[in-house]
Design a protein around this ligand. Structure first.
Ligand SMILES: C[S@@+](CC[C@H](N)C(=O)[O-])C[C@H]1O[C@@H](n2cnc3c(N)ncnc32)[C@H](O)[C@@H]1O
Length: 504
């Protein structure tokens, strides 16, 4: 099968499988990996490039080696001499020009789309996407069908995703296919969907270049997978909250007003989950006057049959929100900037919207009464967080199955990364405050009294919770039944939040 890329004003054309293989071989031969490019650039130029500045990178890539040529061509978006390009990409300059990936003049070659090395802990990939706009302050206006490269939101979702082996996954709104590439590490069959044909063409090319297989389908939201079930759905949908009527950048604007696209994803995803299946969604949601954000999302989850762990990571005030997205569209300083800004704010006013929340929505299909947990957590967390999402699910299952009697009979363990911090006056016998702090995962803190500190200190999987509480009651001269009753609720919270772990 030939790969159709096209777009950007050129006719759709084919990159033959042989050329894909030759491209991969050339990238390997040049050492064009994430570490290879980072090593060539050095830390200063690498950091500068992450700020969209190319000058230090151009200074670091003057040796005309194939790695320097490819780095100048793609990440730095500089023209390279035709002979250098031919040396770095033997036999490929013409096919890549025909495919719309490169363009050439008599003596020079430049990139029309990006081909960029990308890596996580274990794997290296190459990702084809549209060129990063706005290098060196050149302005970041892009076409409506711009295919975004790897953004901080892409990485957030990739790090949140539970990486346990499963049979079937959906990457909804795949863009250049970055989530699908990660899924290929632990999922058997991957369906990748998008409404943007150029994105789908790039995703197909990325699958071929990285020697993985995706079932790539065109269509909106869950339409392309009607009636199908998945073990895992991941999506970073086009969630920008706007009136939904202006010009549309398809990578960020759904064309639907407000947070309607997120409501649709959240309400429809559960119907596509296998028992125990998960949906992990990056989202914006509106804060309306008189409606706590938690109520809004809990309303979307009614009857879903899913446990939900929703984490609000940030709340943007409306002015900063509008500025962020007008700048993202390259409109800051444009002639209609103030008018657009004002219109957007007026629409927020008319809708009673006070702020916009950003965060993570983790759903997991269950056949028992679903457990909902919606929280604000703007603090730093350990990344990647996927293992903690999976662990939280296991703890939720344990808590749902254990009544208080069963909980008191359970042999719990304190998570190994929990540390105790005490604060008090110098020389004082007892601390004024005790804080239990996680070093990993969500990095939560829990203010503890002496009973909770003693209990968490004693949970090593040997004694039952009831035995530990009874021992503490006898040390403190308290009535055992009353101590059990007073603390069993707090222990549930400590388990849910991961300070304590259920028996293995
Ligand atoms: C923010 S980008 C995410 C791209 C990629 N998945 C990532 O994580 O970086 C959102 C993607 O959703 C696609 N999209 C927009 N509207 C859509 C819709 N109604 N149904 C499915 N995908 C849509 C866009 O074309 C874009 O590729």
């Amino acid at each position: 099968m030939a790969l159709i890329l096209g777009g950007l004003g050129c006719d759709p054309v084919d990159l033959r499988p042989d050329d894909v293989n030759a491209l991969r071989a050339a990238l390997v031969a040049a050492g064009y990996t994430y570490d290879g490019v980072a090593g060539l650039l050095g830390p200063t130029a690498h950091r500068a490039l992450s700020r969209n500045e190319t000058t230090p990178g151009l200074r670091a890539t003057r040796d005309r080696s194939p790695l320097a040529t490819l780095t100048r061509l793609w990440p730095l978006q500089a023209p390279v001499a035709l002979e250098d390009a031919e040396r770095a990409l033997p036999g490929l300059v013409d096919p890549l020009c025909v495919a719309g990936i490169l363009e050439r003049s008599v003596a020079e070659v430049r990139a029309r789309v990006d081909v960029r090395p990308y890596a996580d802990e274990d794997t290296d990939w190459w990702v084809v996407s549209d060129l990063t706009p706005g290098l060196d302050g050149t302005g970041n206006r892009v076409g409506a069908d711009h295919v975004l490269g790897i953004s901080s939101a892409s990485t957030s979702l990739a790090q949140l995703t539970v990486r346990e082996p499963v049979g079937r996954a959906l990457d909804l709104g795949t863009g250049c296919g970055v989530q699908a590439l990660h899924l290929a590490e632990h999922v058997g069959d991957i369906v990748a969907t998008d409404v943007n044909e150029r994105a789908l063409a790039m995703t197909r090319l990325n699958a071929a270049l990285n020697e993985v297989h995706f079932d790539v389908r065109a269509g909106s939201l869950f339409e392309p997978v009607a009636g199908e079930l998945f073990d895992l759905v991941v999506t970073n949908p086009p969630f920008v909250v706007s009136p939904g009527t202006g010009e549309r950048l398809v990578y960020r604007d759904s064309g639907l007003p407000g947070d309607e696209v997120v409501r649709r994803v959240v309400t429809q995803a559960p119907r596509h989950l296998e028992p125990g299946g998960r949906a992990q969604i990056l989202a914006n949601w509106v804060h309306r006057t008189g409606e706590p954000w938690q109520d809004r999302i809990a309303g979307w989850l009614e009857g879903s049959g899913c446990d939900a762990w929703v984490v609000q990571r940030e709340v943007a005030d409306l002015a900063e929100y509008v500025e962020l997205w007008l700048k993202d569209a390259g409109l800051h300083g444009s002639s209609g900037y103030r008018e657009r800004y004002d219109t957007w704010l007026s629409w927020f006013d008319s809708q009673g919207i006070e702020a916009v929340g950003f965060g993570w929505i983790n759903l997991r299909r269950t056949d028992r009464q679903p457990a909902l947990h919606l929280e604000d957590w703007p603090y730093e967390v350990e990344q990647p967080l996927g293992a903690e999402v999976a662990d939280r699910g296991r703890r939720t299952d344990f808590l749902a199955a254990a009544d208080d009697t069963a909980l008191l009979q359970a042999r719990l363990s304190t998570r190994v990364d929990v540390r105790q911090e005490t604060v008090g006056a110098p020389g004082a016998e007892d601390p004024e405050t005790i804080v239990l702090r996680q070093q990993r995962g969500m990095r939560r803190a829990h203010q503890a009294d002496t009973v909770v500190a003693g209990l968490v200190g004693a949970c090593d999987g040997d004694l039952t919770l009831g035995q530990i509480l009874d021992a503490l009651a006898s040390i403190l001269g308290e009535e055992p039944a009353s101590l059990r009753e007073r603390y069993v609720g707090e222990v549930r919270g400590l388990l849910a939040d991961g300070f304590l772990a259920p028996p293995r």
